[in-house]
Design a protein around this ligand. Sequence first.
Ligand SMILES: N[C@@H](CCC(=O)N[C@@H](CS)C(=O)NCC(=O)O)C(=O)O
Length: 194
Amino acid sequence: MKLLYTKRSPYARKVRVIALEKNIPLDLIDEDLQKKSHRLLEANPLGKVPTLILDNGTTVFDSPVICQYLDGLNDRVMMIPQQAEKRIEVLKWEAFADDLMGVAINLYMEKVRHSHDFNKDFTDLQEKNILSAYAYIQKNLPKLRKFDLASVSVACAIGYIHFRLPRLKVQDALHRWFDEISIIPSMSQTVPVV
Ligand SMILES: N[C@@H](CCC(=O)N[C@@H](CS)C(=O)NCC(=O)O)C(=O)O
């Protein structure tokens, strides 16, 4: 299986962590999102990473769908529970973390693309959203003690914010939680790099 990805994508990191935990080998193909390859655009008309290409040519996107696909491939360790309520709880955390990644990407893009005349109302609102998300995560930390798709997704979102927006690093109990999860080998092997 080939995974079209970038080393900095938090969505792709989530997928890579799940694959490592489940011991599923992926042929990683680093894509240039400024100059999207024919292969990427053929596999995913929106040209987004991560996109998975199965050995029979079937393509799978986006990251939540890839994670569910990989989790179903073996039962070495289950990263998404089967039981309905527990499953929805984990998938809800994933959706929340994916949205947080989106907020961070939009904030970073606005500041990078328009470094001298960025829209301050917009960036202030995105920062407020990030801080509000941090408060929610901190309040609910006991629900993120298990290493599963919920905690992985939240940690990938925070990891991306630390990478792109270091001024918005997490503090206190959330910082300690993040440090603990970050040393798990599948997390430390996938830290975002430029
Ligand atoms: N909902 C998608 C989001 C993926 C996404 O937005 N990836 C970014 C990189 S982090 C991307 O491919 N951006 C390129 C573009 O939108 O053209 C998922 O969960 O996989």
